[in-house]
Write a protein that binds this ligand. Structure first.
Ligand code: C5P
Length: 222
């Protein structure tokens, strides 16, 4: 069995999840979207009316939630306490709240524990902000995937437009920049490149070109 661990980190909207899914499929590894876990905690906190600065209650919430990714082999579904929240965790309200919750060390500790447990028994492609630095420091291949803010906002705008949710490009740029700043400047496990990560700037690359580069790096380790 292929037990390889691939860590893909980078700022919001750099294309991590799209590329990670392709790489996982090509190499027969499990894809784990760690951002979905932080989003699941944010969603449940909003639903429960918990103040987003109440660290103690949010840590308890994260510990009590039963978060499952890809349950029963259903790829890319996110289930929390037996409820499928795959679509709800992508709402704008969750997107705007999640980075505040992700600053809380107790919440991070709970989620990192689950992430490491998953990777202990199988090969994974895991994407997030702290995978190469904290969650899987021994990953065979580490990627830091970036793209210009303009490009990331344009891609996100196209995605939203395709879903019938038109947005203003400048507003989108501001919201992405704000989330990046919070993720990079937080005290615990900030978004940063692992020393041994390969940097890929996807600004002028296609999804398949990025995926191909990562697959080639991985093949050197098989
Ligand atoms: O990857 P995605 O954009 O869905 O992640 C949502 C948020 O979750 C990020 O902006 C960040 O605040 C948090 N996150 C994190 N560490 C991870 C993955 C996500 O702090 N490993």
């Amino acid at each position: 069995m292929n037990r390889m661990k691939v860590a893909i980190d980078g700022p919001a909207g750099a294309g991590k999840s799209t590329v990670a899914k392709i790489v996982a499929e090509r190499l027969g590894l499990l894809y784990i979207d760690t951002g979905a876990m932080y989003r699941a905690v944010a969603l449940k906190a909003i639903q429960a009316g918990i103040d987003l600065s109440d660290q103690e209650s949010l840590t308890r919430l994260a510990a009590d939630l039963d978060i499952r990714l890809n349950p029963d082999g259903r790829q890319l579904r996110v289930v929390v306490n037996n409820q499928d929240v795959t679509d709800q965790i992508r709402s704008q309200q969750v997107t705007e709240s999640v980075s505040q919750i992700a600053t809380i060390p107790g919440v991070r500790a709970q989620l990192v524990k689950i992430q490491r447990r998953i990777a202990q028994t199988q090969g994974v492609v895991m994407d997030g902000r702290d995978i190469g630095t904290q969650v899987l420091p021994n990953a065979e291949v580490k990627i830091f995937l970036t793209a210009s803010l303009q490009e990331r906002a344009e891609r996100r705008m196209q995605e939203l437009a395709a879903k019938g949710e038109p947005v203003n490009l400048e507003e989108l740029k501001n919201s992405i920049a704000k989330r990046d700043a919070r993720d990079s400047q937080r005290e615990f496990s900030p978004l940063c490149k692992a020393e041994d990560a390969h940097v890929i700037d996807s600004t002028s690359l296609s999804v398949s070109q990025v995926a191909e580069q990562i697959v080639e790096l991985c093949k050197a380790h098989i």
